[in-house]
Design a protein around this ligand. Structure first.
Ligand code: NDP
Length: 241
């Protein structure tokens, strides 16, 4: 049975990706860290599309937790193959570097860069064995251009971009593709507190993106049609830079 694992699948972009991959026929493993009610809502919506949905609660940034829950699930379900991994979980804690605290730096690095390492290294083994797989990580325009007030977030996303390009070369012979999707401003709870009208002048298409638009791109990268695309960072940002 073919599964897709979406980290941070309980809300925002991850939620839209879970629903889109369910539309494509994948059973979905929905990871979350805190928001059980939202995760259960996504689970019910995925199931209503006629595929299976399981919840996996772990903090992607905590290696031991990931090992316990995810490696535990993999060991208990040897016939279920995770063909698609979407490293989507991420947080931002913005501030000027000179005022940034150690936890603000570390937590943001842990969620994105640590999450990529902790989760991908467990899942990639099965993909290599099966000679099929898609690793898709949600990075950010901030990781490409650097964003003032986001040295931590920009560094964390740039780290995932580097890791994506390296891993794509490691596993290319096994027919596993590894790509990153770099959104600009997408309308989710992550942007709570930002006044949309302040940012519209920065975006040539003059609007925020929708989570479903990012999900459509992820779904394409997960599809057989994208078999020869690997090691790439694909932007989705309304022409913003
Ligand atoms: P939201 O804040 O709306 O949702 C974040 C999701 O990630 C939630 O499901 C949350 O789970 C989960 N999560 C957060 N930290 C962890 C963790 N340590 N372990 C497991 N799950 C975690 O964010 P978005 O949907 O906006 O963002 C999704 C991704 O897209 C992030 O990587 C973000 O950096 C990236 N991105 C977003 C942009 C935007 O404009 N929105 C732009 C560019 C990139 P729970 O519900 O349990 O809290």
């Amino acid at each position: 049975m073919n599964y897709a694992l979406v980290t941070g699948g309980s809300r925002g972009i991850g939620r839209a990706i879970c629903l889109k991959l369910a539309d494509q026929g994948y059973n979905v493993l929905i990871n979350y860290v805190a928001n059980q009610a939202s995760a259960e809502e996504v689970q019910a919506l995925v199931r209503s599309k006629g595929v299976e949905a399981e919840l996996l609660r772990f903090d992607v940034g905590k290696g031991e937790e990931v090992e316990q829950v995810l490696a535990g699930w993999l060991a208990a379900n040897p016939t279920k193959h995770v063909e698609v991994l979407v490293n989507n979980a991420g947080i931002r804690q913005d501030g000027l570097l000179m005022l940034m605290t150690n936890p603000e730096w570390q937590q943001v690095m842990d969620a994105s860069a640590g999450g990529f390492f902790n989760v991908t290294r467990l899942i990639i083994r099965g993909m290599i064995r099966q000679k099929v797989g898609r690793v898709i990580s949600i990075v950010s325009l901030s990781g490409l251009k650097g964003q003032l007030g986001q040295t931590n977030y920009s560094a964390a996303k740039a780290a995932v971009i580097g890791a994506t390009k390296a891993l794509a070369q490691e596993v290319g012979r096994k027919r596993v593709t590894v790509n990153a999707v770099a959104p600009g401003l997408i309308r989710t709870e992550m942007l709570q507190g930002l006044r949309e009208e302040d940012y519209l002048p920065l975006i040539p298409m003059h609007r925020f993106g929708e989570p479903e638009e990012v999900a459509d791109l992820v779904a394409f990268l997960a599809s057989p049609q994208a078999a020869y695309i690997s090691g790439q960072v694909i932007s989705i940002n309304g022409a913003q830079y």
